[in-house]
Write a protein that binds this ligand. Structure first.
Ligand SMILES: [Zn+2]
Length: 303
């Protein structure tokens, strides 16, 4: 059976928050089985906020968590990297309210995790296998998850030029996350910059941590992928769905969604226990998934 995992050694980062512009030091620490992912504000006597849907606060340009008035902002890229690396248990220490943006992608987090290595732990990982379709519609925005035997995402975005219509399909198996999603950076339009800065939303933004778009093209190219934008939306989605506290077995379909819809899906799944069932998957099933074999028999419900 696939087991829970943590990192082998603590890892450290320093940088600025994209939205706050505040300098921040962050560490990711190994944690025992059953911990899940938990944030800790070392500047507030180690106040802990679990990375779970019930702690989701306001969601607009980034996903934030709040517990008893204490905020943790822009959680999605680090949580995405932890999901992508297969980490179940970790403590994320911060001395500020916002995570560092680093290069705007999940790659620096993932690279650091791989440098120290991953430790398999003595407990079987519990997946949430989607049992019934869940669809959320808001105008022309759509987000759904359907029963399936592995975790896959199909995301479509439609932004003004020069991005346009982009679709990307991802099967979260093998090194797909690392090679195709983790390097994709966040992005913004130059024409929105002044308004966003005035609202205090991008105090830390620079050409080193976001793709900057003009009406005609990319100001600070080259892109890492031709369709880097939709890949980044998948990165964000994976980070937001980490707030379920469990990996899903299901097919996610998104069209023009964003953090608010992502976290709305998390709330729906947390609220309705009949939309999913707990499951373990065998190591063989995991490796079958790696070779793209569609086999349902090795996935079973625990209850
Ligand atoms: Zn993002």
């Amino acid at each position: 059976m696939v087991q829970e995992q943590t990192i082998r050694e603590p890892i450290s980062f320093s940088g600025v928050g994209l939205h706050s512009g505040a300098a921040v030091k962050m560490r990711i620490l190994p944690a025992p089985v059953g911990t899940g992912i938990c944030f800790r504000r070392v500047d507030l006597d180690g106040f802990s906020i679990e990375a779970v849907g019930r702690n989701v606060a306001k969601v607009s340009y980034a996903t934030s968590l709040m517990k008893r008035g204490v905020l943790i902002s822009t959680t999605e890229h680090a949580l995405s990297a932890l999901m992508g690396a297969g980490i179940d248990n970790a403590i994320i220490e911060l001395d500020q309210l916002e995570l560092p943006i680093l290069d705007g992608s999940a790659k620096p987090f993932l690279d650091a995790i791989h440098r120290v290595g991953i430790k398999r732990q003595r407990r079987q990982r519990i997946y949430w296998r989607i049992a019934k379709p869940v669809e959320i519609v808001e105008g022309d925005k759509f987000l759904a998850v359907y029963p399936a035997n592995r975790y896959s995402i199909s995301y479509t975005i439609d932004f003004p030029r020069p991005i346009g219509l982009q679709t990307f399909d991802l099967d979260l198996t093998g090194d797909a996350y690392e090679s195709q999603i983790a390097p994709a950076r966040t992005f913004g339009f130059l024409r929105d910059e002044r308004a966003l800065r005035n609202m205090g939303l991008i105090r830390g933004a620079s050409e080193e941590n976001a793709i900057v778009l003009t009406d005609s093209g990319v100001k600070n190219g080259p892109l890492r992928f031709r369709d880097e934008f939709v890949r980044h939306k998948i990165l964000d989605l994976i980070g937001d769905l980490a707030l379920l506290g469990h990996r899903i077995l299901g097919k996610v379909v998104a069209n023009r969604a964003g953090h608010a819809m992502h976290t709305a899906l998390v709330s729906r799944l947390l609220r309705d226990r009949f939309l999913w069932e707990e499951a373990h998957i065998s190591r063989e099933a995991a490796s079958e998934a790696l070779s793209e074999v569609e086999e349902a028999s090795s996935v079973f419900a625990r209850s």
